[in-house]
Design a protein around this ligand. Structure first.
Ligand code: ZN
Length: 413
């Protein structure tokens, strides 16, 4: 089947969606259920309807856009990604896998393809952890990896919970319990995504296929010291929350280096203090630490070291410490038959493929718990992601969309 992907139309849609942002261009910011996120959802929903897909929304805001197959009793084939964006992000992360999937389906429709299995695009709620400190909220609930009790306990910085945001988003009165997928709901899931790393570009390869997804974990720490006037409280009397936090941030770096594996990475991405005045001793600090690895053992070893260092620093400095492990997920293995489908689709299109590890967090990690899963990567310039200068060319995106379309054709045909 000869597929035509309208890469100009797709690029226009990517640019139009990027303009829907909480911050001025070129920055893209769309935090879960913010006004910009809501407008982004409407934008995508309209595109799905224009492509004659049937759209529904579940109780946590996951969107499903379905192209009905000729045998609707068969498990559907799923694809998808996310459109939420962390503060100060770019326009391609997640978006390529959503708008690209719509374009893939349009190209199949245009070629006269009639799927036997239904094809469903999933736009996952809050892949990014900005609001609640936990990523992949939608896919965790779909897969059952997050319990309803834990979901109910989530709070944002202002102390507002998921219920609050669900009713803001017009989902009040719906039952979160209904989000979880029934077993066998999908025959397979394939996510198209930018690599967010430099390897494809360095090796001048157009397509990556993901065999493993690294195991991420998030640790939240709250440090309570004693504040006071920067002039009046003498050094021996200090219980400075920032200084304990600074030691912990350095311990995160040490713990990641100490495993000896280049696959272990540790980051203190959030570090806030109170009261945040130049003449005041910091009385409180909040840190959020991300540790990930392709091996569960080394990841957990790094976490253990960080927790131990945090306890020591805080004890020595007389600082109160609360630690919460927000998540510590296991790595995912992708489905080898699906990986082979991607390799074959790309090869038939004359595109060389690299087998890869995904070091970033994706909804695929949780979909892999529910059905056979893999990911298609395309290069991004300099490996840069989650910055306004994130970039993949229209040609690179088109190649990814073509591979996705072929895979969907094979799986649904
Ligand atoms: Zn993403």
């Amino acid at each position: 089947m000869n597929l035509f992907v309208d890469s100009q139309r797709l690029q226009r849609q990517i640019d139009d969606l990027a303009a829907i942002s909480e911050a001025p261009a070129p920055v893209v910011t769309r935090v879960l259920f913010s006004e910009a996120d809501q407008r982004g959802r409407h934008f995508v929903t309209d595109l799905c309807r224009a492509a004659r897909l049937t759209v529904r929304e579940d109780a946590v805001g996951n969107l499903f856009a379905r192209w009905d197959g000729q045998e609707p009793g068969l498990a559907a084939v799923a694809t998808g990604s996310h459109i939420d964006a962390i503060p100060n992000a770019g326009r391609y992360d997640g978006v390529v896998g959503v708008l690209g999937a719509i374009e893939a389906m349009r190209s199949l429709q245009q070629a006269g393809f009639h799927p036997k299995r239904s094809i469903e695009l999933i736009i996952f709620t809050a892949e990014e952890p900005t609001r609640f400190g936990i990523g992949c909220l939608g896919s965790r609930l779909l897969s059952g990896a997050l319990s309803l009790e834990k979901a109910a306990a989530l709070r944002d910085r202002e102390g507002r919970d998921l219920e609050h945001w669900r009713s803001e988003a017009g989902l009040g009165g719906t039952d979160l319990k209904s989000v979880r997928l029934e077993s066998g709901a999908y025959a397979g899931f394939v996510e198209l995504h930018i690599e967010q790393g430099p390897l494809l570009e360095q090796e001048n390869l157009p397509i990556g296929v993901v065999e493993k997804i690294a195991a991420p974990s998030t640790l939240r720490l709250q440090l309570t010291g004693v504040g006071g006037h920067a002039g009046a409280v003498l050094m021996p009397e200090r219980h400075d929350a920032l200084l304990a936090g600074a030691e912990i941030a350095l311990a995160v770096e040490q713990a990641a280096l100490a495993t000896g594996s280049p696959d272990t990475v540790g980051t203190t991405g959030v570090f806030r203090i109170e009261p945040g005045a130049v003449n005041s001793v910091p009385c409180r600090a909040w840190l959020e630490v991300d540790v990930r690895d392709t091996r569960l053992e080394t990841r957990d070893e790094a976490l253990r070291r960080i927790e131990e260092s945090a306890r020591q620093s805080c004890a020595r400095r007389g600082i109160g410490l609360e630690m919460e492990l927000l998540n510590a997920d296991a790595p995912a293995l992708c489905d080898s038959a699906l990986v082979q489908e991607v390799v074959q689709a790309a090869t038939e299109l004359g595109l060389p493929v690299k087998r890869m590890i995904s070091r970033a967090y994706h909804d695929s990690l949780f979909m892999a718990q529910v059905c056979p899963t893999t990911m298609i990567f395309i290069p991004c310039r300099g490996g840069v992601s989650q910055r306004p200068d994130e970039y993949s060319s229209p040609e690179q995106i088109e190649q990814g969309v073509k591979v996705l379309a072929r895979v969907l054709e094979q799986l649904a045909g």
